[in-house]
Design a protein around this ligand. Structure first.
Ligand SMILES: Nc1ncnc2c1ncn2[C@@H]1O[C@H](COP(=O)(O)OP(=O)(O)OP(=O)(O)O)[C@@H](O)[C@H]1O
Length: 249
C-alpha cells in the first residue's frame, strides 16, 4: 500500500467526562474513498471532528502531506458537517452565502469580482450554477449539501470529510451526490473520508471501509470483505441480520 495520507494511532477523545473514542487506529489511504460505518453514537462524528482539531484528543494524528495540521482549523481539509451549526432558513441567496464565507467580509461592501468568479467556478463543480440566486432556505436537502460541498472544495482540499452527506436525501439524489464525490476523487485525487449509513452506497463507492464500534475500530477492509452479514454483525450486533433481511425484501 502507498503511504497513507493520514495515520491515526491510539486516538482518544473524552466528551463531557465520558470516553467517546477509546483508542482508534486507522489509516486513510491516499487518493481513495474510505467509508466510516457504525451504530449511532459509536463515535463517527467525533472522529471527524478530532481530525479537524475541533475536539481535543490524545494519541496521534499524522498527516503525510507536507502541511502543518497541528493548529486548529487545519488547512487543506474540506469538511461537510452532518448538521449545519446555523439556521438553514437563511434569508440569503446562495451567492451571498458563499460570498460571506469566501471573502470573509461584510456583504454591504459588495462582492468583489474575484469572489463572484470563484463562486461561479465552485457552483459549476457541484452542478449548482442554476441556483446562484436561490435563497438558501429554498434549497432542497440535496441542493444544500452541494452548496456546502462547494464551500468545502475552496481552497482545493487534500482531505475531504463528509458526515452523512446524503442523509435525508432521496435515493436518486443520493446516488447523484455520490457520483459527484467519486468524480471529484478521480479528477483531483482528493482523499475522502465519509460517514454513511447507506451500505449500498458504501458498497458501490468506497474503496475501503472502517467499522467503528464503541469508540474503537472493530474491523476494516474492502467493501467486499466487510459488507457480509457475519462481519457486519460484529459492528452492528446480531440485530443486523434482521435489518439486512428486512432490507432485502
Ligand atoms: N459535546 C459532547 N459532550 C458529551 N457527549 C458527547 C458530545 N458529543 C457527542 N457526545 C457523545 O459521544 C457519543 C458519540 O457521538 P458521535 O456524534 O460521535 O456518534 P456518531 O457515531 O457520529 O453517531 P450518529 O450516527 O448518530 O451521528 C454519543 O454517545 C454522544 O452522545
Amino acid at each position: 500500500m502507498t503511504r497513507p495520507l493520514v495515520s491515526v494511532r491510539d486516538l482518544r477523545v473524552t466528551l463531557g467526562g465520558r470516553p467517546v473514542l477509546v483508542g482508534v487506529d486507522a489509516d486513510l489511504a491516499r487518493g481513495k474513498i474510505t467509508a466510516l460505518i457504525g451504530l449511532n453514537g459509536s463515535g463517527k462524528t467525533t472522529l471527524l471532528r478530532a481530525l479537524v482539531r475541533e475536539y481535543p484528543s490524545r494519541g496521534d494524528i499524522r498527516f503525510h502531506c507536507g502541511h502543518d495540521h497541528t493548529h486548529p482549523t487545519p488547512e487543506h481539509i474540506g469538511y461537510v458537517p452532518q448538521k449545519l451549526a446555523l439556521d438553514a432558513r437563511l434569508p440569503l441567496t446562495v451567492r451571498d452565502f458563499l460570498a460571506l464565507a469566501l471573502s470573509r467580509r461584510p456583504l454591504f461592501f459588495g462582492i468583489p469580482k474575484a469572489v463572484t468568479d470563484k463562486i461561479r467556478k465552485q457552483l459549476t463543480r457541484v452542478g449548482m450554477t442554476d441556483h446562484v440566486d436561490t435563497p438558501v432556505e429554498g434549497l432542497s436537502g440535496g441542493q444544500l449539501q452541494r452548496v456546502l460541498l462547494a464551500l468545502a472544495l475552496e481552497p482545493q482540499p487534500e482531505l475531504l470529510l463528509l458526515d452523512e452527506p446524503a442523509a435525508g436525501i432521496d435515493f436518486k439524489d443520493q446516488q447523484k451526490f455520490y457520483d459527484l464525490i467519486a468524480e471529484l476523487n478521480r479528477s483531483t485525487g482528493v482523499t475522502v473520508l465519509l460517514v454513511s449509513h447507506e451500505l449500498s452506497m458504501v458498497s458501490r463507492y468506497a474503496h475501503h471501509v472502517l467499522c467503528l464500534r464503541d469508540g474503537a475500530i472493530q474491523c476494516q477492509g474492502t467493501p467486499h470483505e466487510i459488507l457480509t452479514p457475519g462481519v457486519l454483525a460484529q459492528t452492528f450486533g446480531t440485530d443486523m441480520q434482521q435489518f439486512l433481511h428486512h432490507h432485502a425484501h
